[in-house]
Each structure stands twice: as structure tokens, then as C-alpha cells.
Design a protein around this ligand. Structure first.
Ligand code: SF4
Length: 408
């Protein structure tokens, strides 16, 4: 079993999955790779890295921004019963603990690594499919380690995306596609060409994606609706222009307001993700984010404590902000992580213009899943509002043992 780690910033989910595989099948070789693993050699020394791999509990680890080529070599060796320990970019267990081979960067072409859907049974594919049309990201938001981790930005030509979507249509039964590219709508011209291609082919599935609000005009939004867009994940990050400037984001609150309004008119769901506690954040800027959400009214939102990732651009400029600590425990000139956690709870309690979407088990993708299973959006929203009201009562009840630790 090969496990990737796309959205994990802590080891716990990986350990849980490895443990779950072990419970089902003790003798299965478990391989772990992906972004979480790619970061580890940059932030841990050799001894700490070996200890960390031991803790995660897998048999083989693959390091690097890509890893497809290494995974193929490892699987081929395992299938043929050959020794895999000479393969570059892997970590593996020995009698003396984990050994890590030299890490050699890969440069796999997207065109050469298309998914061959004919290898899978229709029932194994199911209704929901994720599609990647690009690698890495051309931006450099100061809180984000993705471009550094994922390497050079590359994207598939539209005709390759068309081939993949045709293959998905031919499976029969797929109702929903999630485009997992971090910047699906960049470059703008390619994005519109892709939408026109989807309209021309009249695919019957609905789709959702991330969306950069400063790179989309009304025409693109209308093409999105016409091509079956269900909803978009907006990395709003903050309603404060000062914080967006610190974050090196080009988007501004006015971009988000325009996109949210237009999406509402077109029936595209908007989900706004907000970060609390980025360097420069204080009571005033948090209030700006609360005001923004109450005025712009994205359908759904969540706020989360800033994750101080050691490979992010801002972390490297930490001394400018007196930054100490990392991950979810930090302090800088204007806030610390405990205060940020308090403000996240405050946002949960104070934002009335948008519905909080719980994390860890109910991400925005659940909105599309539940709709395909027959729930209307208004039913989902009222279900969530009842759930949130229950949590709010707990938070506001002085005697509740859950006060202050509902989210963390
Ligand atoms: S937050 Fe998104 S747009 Fe910004 S650098 Fe990261 S992946 Fe790119």
C-alpha cells in the first residue's frame, strides 16, 4: 500500500493510516511519500529523521518533490522479489534503524504520467474523481511552502486535459471531479480554453476546484458555471489588506467581494479559507476579517491558526517579526498561537454572514458528496448550522469542560 501525504502537516494522520493498514493486513509492505516526507530532510538532522520514520511506522519512505519514478522502481523490485535498498531517494528499515539513501530530484513530465483509467474497474473508480492538470504553483505566498516543495511550475496542454476528461467520461458513472491544482485558473487564457473545451464536450459531471480571485474575470466565471462548476475553494486568508500585503498575496478584499458576489449570482458555491495569526496580525486585523466575512457572505468559511512552516518564505524572514517557535506553537511581535486560537473561536462565534464548515472530516468536498447523495444545499446548510449551534453553546457555557479545546 502506498500512502501519500498531500494535506498533512502533522504525523498523526499518517500514523493512523499506517496502523489501519497493519490491522487489516500485517504482511503488507507500507510505503509513504508525498509532501510531508519531502519536507522532513529539510528540517530534521539524520538522527531525528530516522527516529521520525520509525515513529510513522511504515516500511519504505520516498523523499522528493515528485517521486513517481522512485515509486515505480520500488514497486517493480517488490513485485520481482528483488532488493530495493540501492534505490535513490528512499528510506528503509534495517537492524540498526532507518537508513536514508541519497535524495535525487526527479523531473517527470505530466504528459508521460497520465492516469490510465482502463486499468481500473468502474466500481473501484466510483462517482468522485480527483484530477491534476498542473504541478507546483507560479506564486510565492509568504505563508506557503508548496512552491518550494513542489519544484518547477508545469501544466498540461488543454488537449491532454481533454483526453483525461474523455477517459473519465468513458468510465461511466463519474458525477464529480475535483481539480486539485492549487491554481487551476492560471494562466487565464488556458483556463478559459479548458472551460470552452468542457462546454464543447458537454461532459455530464459537475466539478469543483481552488480559485485565485485576482486572476478571474466575469467571462471566466460565466464559463465556469456553463461548464458545470459546483463550487470553489477561495484562499482568502485575510480580510485585511495589511495582512495580505505581508503575505505577498496579490488578491485584495475587493477581488474576493467581486468573485463571491458573481458566484452567488451564478449558483457557484464559495468557500473562504482564512488564516489567523500571520505576522502583523492583531485584534484590528482579525476584526477586519470578521467584517469582511459578514459583508461579503461567502456560502461557507473556516478560520485556522497560522501554521509556521519552516520552509515557508516568511519563516526565513522570522527575525523581522521576532518570530520564535514553529508549526502550531509560535510567537511573534503582534500575536502568539494561543491568542490566534482564541481568535479562531471568536470568529466561529461572531461571523453570522457565512456558515462555518468544520475541518477534519467535513471539508468543502463533503458539500458536493452530500449533494450527489441527494441532500439539497439548503438542507446541508441547516444541518451544519444546528451542529455549529451545539458547539457554540458548549463554548459559551462556562461550566463546559470543552471550553477552549473544542478545536484543538
Ligand atoms: S497559497 Fe496557493 S497560490 Fe499561494 S503559493 Fe501556495 S499554492 Fe501558490
Amino acid at each position: 500500500v502506498a500512502i501519500t501525504t498531500t494535506v498533512y502537516v502533522t504525523p498523526q494522520p499518517i500514523m493512523e493510516i499506517v496502523e489501519s493498514v497493519r490491522q487489516q493486513s500485517k504482511n503488507t509492505t507500507v510505503i509513504v511519500g508525498g509532501p510531508y516526507l519531502a519536507d522532513l530532510p529539510k528540517i530534521l538532522d539524520e538522527a531525528a529523521l530516522a527516529e521520525h520514520l520509525e515513529m510513522l511506522g511504515a516500511d519504505i519512505y520516498i523523499f522528493g518533490a515528485e517521486g513517481e519514478e522512485t515509486l515505480v522502481k520500488v514497486i517493480s523490485a517488490l513485485k520481482l522479489g528483488e532488493d530495493y535498498r540501492h534505490i535513490d531517494s528512499i528510506g528503509y528499515n534495517t537492524e540498526n534503524g532507518f537508513k536514508i539513501n541519497r535524495i535525487v530530484p526527479e523531473g517527470n513530465n505530466l504528459e508521460d504520467n497520465m492516469v490510465d483509467y482502463s486499468l481500473f474497474d468502474k466500481k473501484d473508480i466510483g462517482e468522485f474523481v480527483t484530477v491534476r492538470t498542473a504541478k507546483s504553483c507560479p506564486f510565492a505566498c509568504a505563508f506557503c511552502g508548496f512552491p518550494e516543495r513542489a519544484g518547477k511550475y508545469k501544466y498540461l496542454p488543454v488537449d491532454y486535459v481533454e483526453k483525461e476528461l474523455d477517459a473519465i467520461r468513458d468510465i461511466g458513472g463519474v458525477t464529480t471531479i475535483t481539480f486539485i491544482d492549487d491554481t487551476f485558473n492560471v494562466p487565464k487564457g488556458r483556463f478559459k480554453d479548458m472551460l470552452r473545451m468542457m462546454i464543447k464536450n458537454d461532459y455530464q459531471f459537475r466539478w469543483n476546484s481552488y480559485l485565485r480571485s485576482d486572476h478571474v474575470d466575469d467571462e471566466a466565471l460565466e464559463l465556469m458555471a456553463a461548464s458545470g462548476c459546483d463550487g470553489v475553494f477561495l484562499g482568502v486568508e485575510s480580510g485585511s489588506t495589511d495582512i495580505l500585503v505581508n503575505m505577498a498575496k496579490n488578491s485584495r478584499p475587493e477581488h474576493y467581494r467581486r468573485v463571491i458576489k458573481k458566484c452567488r449570482e451564478l449558483g457557484i458555491i464559495t468557500y473562504a479559507s482564512v488564516i489567523i495569526g500571520f505576522p502583523g496580525e492583531d485584534r484590528r486585523t482579525v476584526q477586519e476579517s470578521i467584517d469582511f466575512l459578514n459583508e461579503a457572505k461567502p456560502d461557507f468559511f473556516r478560520a485556522q491558526v497560522w501554521y509556521a512552516g519552516p520552509i515557508t518564505p516568511i519563516y526565513k524572514k522570522g527575525q523581522d517579526y521576532d518570530l520564535s517557535g514553529q508549526a502550531f506553537q509560535w510567537r511573534h511581535k503582534t500575536m502568539d498561537s494561543m491568542e490566534a486560537a482564541y481568535y479562531v473561536e471568536k470568529m466561529f462565534l461572531c461571523v453570522t454572514g457565512s456558515t462555518w464548515l468544520p475541518q477534519n472530516g467535513f471539508e468543502p468536498w463533503s458539500l458536493y458528496y452530500l449533494q450527489r447523495k441527494g441532500m439539497t444545499l439548503s438542507k446541508i446548510r441547516s444541518y451544519l448550522e444546528y451542529f455549529n449551534d451545539g458547539l457554540k453553546q458548549k463554548l459559551l457555557s462556562k461550566n463546559s469542560p470543552d471550553v477552549g479545546r473544542v478545536f484543538y
